[in-house]
Design a protein around this ligand. Structure first.
Ligand SMILES: C[C@@H]1N[C@@H](C(=O)NCc2ccccc2)[C@H](O)[C@@H]1O
Length: 449
């Protein structure tokens, strides 16, 4: 291995209680809200082809004109309690909220810039009420923070001249001030979700970022910080020059999901997902495919089955209400979670051979295995292959406990679970309680009928 001062400072997963709680979440909510929600991807009557929250980067948009959106920010219908209640009904265990996106506008009254809610017609802090409303419902809060800040004149994409270096040193102090301010104002926040850290200017700040991360962790023991915050001294991000993950969980899964367990390298991770193809902030026009409840439930199941958390994005409207498509999805997911959340919370990779019918999730610390079924085979028989000498002691349908299945043993620790019906409206979950059978001599199995 290469001697590194600013690489990963821990090998393997964190084992403390705060991280174990994060690992158990399963389902989260992302909220992207800010000035970009006002134009919602449209400018001078033309549609921006990119993500709505990147509108300011469009060459047709002048920074001055964009920044004066601050004087239009007045979400009269904003109600933190109703967002938190929607999230509660959906069954999320944590929420990641944008405090400042790439455009630099702060949803809290930062004392380090005038570009905040305090100088908008709304005047009031948005982050505080949200933290309070979510905390009250037992939903942990993670604060999203973009390092890249298009409003701050000291931001640089790269550092080429002495002037760049002097300006960017001011920017680094500004960034440190804002982050310590956020941790001081919102002490119950469980972590920080960093973004906008890919440009050379920041990638060159291995020592500064490392010391800032240490300072934040010292200030808030247990704080959870992802792999996207800092680079090592060779500019390596997410994984340092020795291939060790930086931070506490992998943040690389943005709008994508790992295929197999080998893809996650034994690390904690979260997948953050948009409802349309690629819109995080509110966008008037949702182009292309809009994901359905069933699709999102399958993504959730896949993430949890591979040791990750699934975080679904909401882009609230400028008036502070949520759009109906997102409310409908929250309702659909919530109804499913109302019946099946036991298969999601405290779920982990089961270590079984993946079958076509869906995903296995093991309940952490137990011998309970959940079968999350999305694809019913024509045969109606779900194939289950367990580690050798593992017997099934109990099988039942989570949504219909009375429905007991007598698994048919078709080989050594291999079973068919015969479904009683052929069509299902929603994905469903079958619970397997397994028993270690290694004590008995070779188990007898019924000949396949
Ligand atoms: C969570 C999302 N991240 C922001 C973004 O710019 N993603 C594009 C991107 C994704 C992965 C590596 C670099 C850049 C989007 O605007 C959202 O905030």
């Amino acid at each position: 291995p290469i001697a590194l001062q600013h690489g990963a400072h821990r090998i393997g997963r964190r084992t403390d209680a705060d991280m174990e709680k994060w690992r158990a979440y399963g389902l989260g909510q992302f909220i992207h809200w800010g000035l970009y929600s006002i134009p919602a991807g449209e400018w001078n009557g033309k549609q921006y082809s990119g993500a709505a929250e990147w509108l300011k980067s469009w060459k047709e948009v002048s920074a001055t004109a964009y920044d004066s959106l601050m004087y239009q920010f007045n979400p009269t219908k904003f109600n933190a309690e109703s967002w938190a209640e929607t999230a509660k009904q959906m069954g999320v265990k944590y929420v990641t909220i944008t405090t400042k996106h790439h455009d630099g506008f702060c949803l809290w009254p930062s004392k380090y810039t005038n570009f905040t809610v305090a100088n908008s017609p709304y005047k009031k802090d948005i982050i505080g009420p949200l933290v309070k409303a979510y905390d009250k419902r037992g939903i942990d809060v993670i604060l999203y923070f973009s390092i890249m800040d298009w409003h701050n004149p000291d931001w640089r994409y790269d550092i080429k001249t002495r002037e760049d270096s002097i300006a960017f040193d001011r920017f680094k102090q500004f960034t440190r001030n804002q982050l310590l301010e956020l941790l001081t104002l919102y002490p119950t926040a469980k972590g920080l979700w960093f973004d906008g850290t890919w440009d050379k200017s920041w990638v060159k700040q291995a020592a500064f970022a490392d010391s800032l991360e240490k300072e934040m962790r010292a200030m808030r023991p247990g704080l959870i910080i992802g792999s996207r915050f800092r680079a090592d001294e060779y500019g390596k991000r997410h994984f340092d020059s020795n291939g060790n993950m930086m931070g506490d969980y992998e943040q690389g899964w943005e709008r994508k999901i790992p295929e197999k367990i080998a893809d996650v390298h034994g690390n904690d991770w979260d997948c953050v997902m948009t409802v349309p193809e690629n819109q995080w902030g509110y966008s008037k026009v949702w182009k292309g495919h809009i994901k359905t409840t069933d699709e999102l439930l399958e993504m959730l199941a896949k993430c949890v089955s591979l040791d990750g958390n699934f975080v679904l994005n909401f882009g609230p409207k400028p008036d502070g209400t949520l759009r109906t498509e997102e409310l409908d999805l929250a309702k659909g997911i919530g109804e499913w979670m109302g019946i099946n959340s036991e298969a999601i919370y405290n779920g982990e990779y089961a270590g079984l051979v993946k079958q076509d019918w869906g995903y296995y999730v093991k309940k952490t610390g137990t011998n309970k295995i959940y079968m999350l079924v999305f694809n019913v085979p024509v045969s109606g028989a779900l194939n289950v292959v367990l580690p050798s000498r593992t017997a099934i002691s109990k099988v039942y349908d989570l949504g219909n406990p009375g429905q007991n299945y007598a698994p048919e043993e078709i080989g050594t620790s291999a079973y068919f679970i015969h479904l009683k019906q052929q069509t299902f409206k929603r994905p469903f979950v079958i619970v397997l309680e397994t028993a270690d059978n290694s004590k008995n001599s070779g188990a007898q199995y019924q000949k396949a009928k």
